[in-house]
Design a protein around this ligand. Structure first.
Ligand code: AMP
Length: 335
């Protein structure tokens, strides 16, 4: 299938070997390659990643693959929205060059037999989303490693919306010396603060309204940190209290973490871009969100954590040294 794009015709590729060859040819011709891995049902959040890749790279490939390895919940994958025609139109409009949309058996030839070789990032994958969705990050890192292997040397664009995923992927790239520069991109939100997500289309209008409590809880947590509330438990309780105002929202966790290790700190010291992470179930959908929270006091410049070797971009966070450290236990939440 071919759709016209601003930089030429968008080409749809379903074979991994073909994608690898196209991108290798581009590099041989001296062109830089950008990769945007997605599960499709593309929205303005994905669009921002693709647009940035188009702005920064000569050739851009968007991957559209609903990866069964990363879904523990059968109903979640069965109901995951899919619309390849609309995805191709968006990719063409933004100026991508290739869409790689493989079948499940193209990616995992023996499927549904178990995949023999998987990639697992210890430590960072264990807490938060990892604890609530066992095996999820192993599925993510396995598919992303395969995509990186096919794509070769490139810049790969990921959203901060999935903050833990971004940290886990950075760690994998660092640990396995992959020739990929990870670019973290800011979260795109609706005007009422709700982070865009492909899963939002599954919310009823009442659930959609209730879901704004996540970003409101983050805003309250961020204000508490900025106001000098250095008690980690107090900040987390503040976020949980906001979520409790929406009885239909079932909080999983609302935590303050170190942006590099994803561990809950002992105290919120000034100058560090702490991260607030939140996850909750709203109706049939599990939603996650996060934001930065910094306590700035006079005399303290802003300190960024150490940045991993492959890190690129102002919005990126480093995770080079985080992989094997234990992550603090879930601090606030109802499960
Ligand atoms: P997904 O299709 O949900 O796997 O997401 C593909 C990529 O888009 C991931 O790197 C996500 O973090 C990113 N992404 C999803 N939603 C947003 C958003 N609202 N803003 C920015 N990036 C996003």
């Amino acid at each position: 299938m071919a759709v016209g794009g601003d930089r030429g015709e968008l080409r749809t590729v379903s074979r991994g070997a073909e994608l690898a060859e196209l991108l290798e040819c581009a590099r041989m011709a001296g062109r830089s390659v950008g990769l945007v891995p997605t599960m499709g049902a593309l929205h303005a959040g994905h669009r921002s990643l693709i647009a940035r890749a188009v702005a920064e790279c000569d050739v851009v490939a968007v991957t559209v693959f609903v990866n069964p390895l990363q879904f523990g919940d059968r109903s979640d994958i069965e109901h995951y929205p899919r619309d390849l025609v609309a995805d191709l139109a968006l990719c063409a409009e933004v100026g991508a060059d290739f869409v790689f949309a493989p079948s499940v058996t193209e990616m995992y030839p023996g499927w549904p037999a178990p995949v023999a070789t998987t990639v697992s990032v210890e430590g960072l994958s264990a807490a938060w989303e990892g604890a609530s969705r066992p095996g999820h990050f192993d599925g993510v890192t396995t598919v992303v490693a395969k995509l990186f292997s096919l794509a070769g040397r490139c810049r790969a664009y990921f959203g901060e919306k999935d903050f833990q995923q971004l940290a886990v992927v950075r760690q994998m790239v660092h640990d396995l010396s992959m020739p990929v520069a990870i670019v973290g991109c800011p979260t795109v939100r609706e005007s009422d603060g709700l982070a865009l997500s492909s899963r939002n289309v599954r919310l009823t209008s009442a659930e959609r309204r209730a879901a704004t409590v996540l970003s409101r809880a983050l805003a309250a947590g961020r204000r508490a940190v900025a106001a000098g509330d250095t008690g980690v438990d107090d900040v987390m309780a503040t976020m949980a209290e906001v979520v409790a105002t929406a009885p239909s929202v079932d909080l999983d966790y609302a935590v303050v973490v170190d942006p590099t290790t994803l561990e809950v700190p002992a105290a919120i010291v000034p100058g560090v871009p702490w991260r607030l992470l939140i996850a909750a179930r709203v109706g049939p959908v599990r939603l996650i969100d996060n934001c930065e929270a910094t306590l700035v006091t006079r005399g303290h410049g802003r300190r960024r954590p150490s940045v991993g070797a492959a890190s690129v971009g102002a919005a990126s966070v480093g995770a080079a040294s985080a992989g094997t450290r234990a992550v603090g236990t879930r601090a606030v939440g109802t499960r």
